[in-house]
Every structure is written in C-alpha cells, then in structure tokens.
Design a protein around this ligand. Sequence first.
Ligand code: OAD
Length: 252
Amino acid sequence: MKPSRECKEAASLIKEYRGSIVAFTGAGASAEAGIPTFRGKDGLWNRYRPEELATPYAFATNPRRVWEWYKWRMSIIAKAQPTMAHKVLANWERDGILMGVVTQNVDGLHQRAGSFKVIELHGSIWRVRCTSCGIRRDLGFGNIPKEDIPRCDECGNILRPDVVWFQEPVPLDQFQRAEELFSEAKVILVIGTSGVVMPAALLPINAAREGKILIEVNPEETNLSNLARVRIREPAGKAFEHLARLVEEDLT
Ligand code: OAD
C-alpha cells in the first residue's frame, strides 16, 4: 500500500528537523506486539479495576493479588517482540535523526529494540523496589519472579514492581530529564497514547504551546489530536514502515 499524504508530510518534517526530534510513546506503541493497552474497547482498565491492582492501597492490602496481576502482564511482555515502530525509533537514534524516547510504557521494548536514550516516566516492570529499605533491583527482561510475593535480599521485606501507580508521583528525576529533552526538540512524535494521564501528557501539551511541531501516530482521535500539525491515523507499525522508507530514501 502507498504511504498516505500525512505520512509524506511527516517524513518531510522528520528530514527537515533531523537531530531535533523526540518520541513520546504510550501503550499503543506496543499494541502490535500483543501487549494490551489501558483504555479503549480491549483496554486493561475495561477488564480490571485499577484501584484493586495499581494503587499503593491495593498493594498494602493484597500484595499477592497485585503481584499475580503483574506477573501475568510480565508473562505477556516476555513473549513480545519489538514492533516496527520500536525498531525504526532505535535506528533513527543511531543515525542521529532522533534525540531519544520519553515513554509511559513499562515494558522495556524500546531498549530491546536498541534505543539507548529512553526515559521511563512510569518506571519499569522489569525492576523491583523494596517497600522498606527502598533498594532497587533490575530483574532483566523476561525474568519473572518465582515467589508469590518476592522479598528483598537485603532486608527481607516485601518487594514491589518499580512502576508508578495511581495516586503516586512520577519520579522527579525522570520527569526533569524528559523536560530537558523536550526543551531541545523542535518536533515531537506522539505515538500510541490517549494523552489523558498527567503529568506525562503535559509534556506534549506544553511543547505544542511553545510552538513545537507535534506529529501524532494513532489510529484514533485523542486528547492531543487538535494540537498536532500532522495526524497519521494508522497503527504505529504500519505508519513507521512507511516513514522509515520515506525518510531513508532521501538520506541515502
Ligand atoms: P492508553 O491505553 O490510554 O491509550 C492507548 C492509545 O494507543 C489509544 O489512544 C489508542 O487509540 C492507541 N493505539 C491502539 N493501538 C495502536 C496502534 N497499533 N498504534 C498506535 N496507537 C495505537 O495508553 P497510554 O496513553 O499509554 O499509567 O496510557 C497512559 C498511562 O495510563 C499508562 O502509562 C498507564 C495507564 O494507567 C500507569 O500505569 C501509571
């Protein structure tokens, strides 16, 4: 299939602003890898209640249930492969087109595709943190804890997934790194996010206010759509297949 007019427009902006581009990704960027998104028809928050699974209170009252749910998600992610979108973003970083990725995803697929500069606003499902001494440990992609409720090697207390839950702040250092990266960018690729979760969504919203160019890749209309100069209404994998070809055609 031929690339759409929007893809062509996006590709010419990407070529023009190469080196000053940042990607902002959400669950839709991993949807084609078979990882469920949160909202929408088949979204996790349609099937599960976030207050029972993704809040500090839920974990304090029933850590076993929360861990069970996270281990189920880990088992889905462990089988997933990076999509075309992940791969193209990693190639573009290597080639100096993209400055880096700011993601709301916890799945680690950007790094798995080869991206180096990845700012994880909502933590990582492949890292644990002690609820008592605070120590963090990387599990490594695909390594799912065997215990029902994993415990800290240092102090023996309960470990939790090192992700951001509802009612918790986004890690300040990550948010500041993301703001710095955004401040240097001229174009923001907004890929597969509904743009409703704060403060993450403030990054593209403020960028648009400052006159930066937003390119949205999402099959659906979102909260951020009216801020975007170009809206590619396609699944990210398909859009990036076209974009990679269009961008690389001229650069080689
Ligand atoms: P959402 O589930 O809110 O939104 C996913 C977006 O991806 C929707 O706008 C879909 O239209 C779009 N989408 C679906 N398939 C796609 C595809 N193949 N290609 C491109 N886009 C596609 O996910 P997020 O915006 O990431 O937070 O949600 C933000 C945060 O809400 C998550 O990080 C999580 C959740 O609660 C925490 O866990 C703190």
